[in-house]
Design a binder for this molecule. Structure first.
Ligand code: HEM
Length: 154
């Protein structure tokens, strides 16, 4: 189960990154080009929201079945001194939850925006902030040796 979940979680990262980049590109060009907020713009933002929430669900399950997290949670004091245990038990989950909250707030506040430029602006700002946080919390192959993972689990 752990392997299947890790593969799903790892793959979903790319889907989420594609949708969030597309949303940011569309909303920045809508904002600066003073374009209407079209149903297509809303749809891409919605797909970003859905993939972020799916990632949250898979991540939460992983959190409770991951042997690394269990070691970290069993002794938080020691885990804080170990970069890998600290990353998986505390840093990854908290940064990703912040990012997903930013996406959620961005999407729903855009819906309530009084005009199209406000909607574009809200998606652009909130999603860009979320992207920065997500990018920092992914265990990329170039991250420190303690936390780095491959492009795909294996
Ligand atoms: C934007 C959201 C997220 C992204 C892009 C993301 C990305 C990743 C990636 C790339 C991995 C490494 C997979 C591999 O081994 O190849 C991973 C592992 C993991 N993630 Fe996430 N994640 C996200 C959100 C979350 C959340 C919200 C949680 C917890 C609630 C979480 C918990 C975990 C756990 C427990 C692992 C595996 C630790 C282990 O190997 O034992 N993730 N994540």
């Amino acid at each position: 189960m752990l392997t299947g979940l890790l593969h799903t979680h790892s793959l979903l990262r790319y889907i989420l990154l594609i949708f969030i980049l597309l949303s940011i590109f569309k909303s920045l060009s809508g904002w600066f080009g003073k374009k209407p907020y079209l149903p297509g713009d809303k749809k891409v933002a919605l797909f970003t929201l859905i993939s972020a929430h799916l990632q949250l669900v898979v991540g939460l399950i992983l959190y409770f079945v991951s042997p690394t997290v269990q070691v970290g949670l069993a002794n938080m004091g020691e885990a804080m001194k170990n970069p890998a245990l600290r990353f998986w038990s505390v840093e990854h989950i908290s940064m990703m939850i912040i990012a997903i909250a930013l996406i959620t707030v961005g999407y729903s506040s855009a819906k309530r925006g009084k005009d199209d430029i406000t909607k574009h602006k809200r998606v652009a700002i909130f999603f860009l902030l979320a992207l920065i946080v997500i990018f920092m919390a992914i265990p990329w192959p170039w991250a420190s040796e303690a936390i780095r993972r491959g492009w795909m689990p294996g």
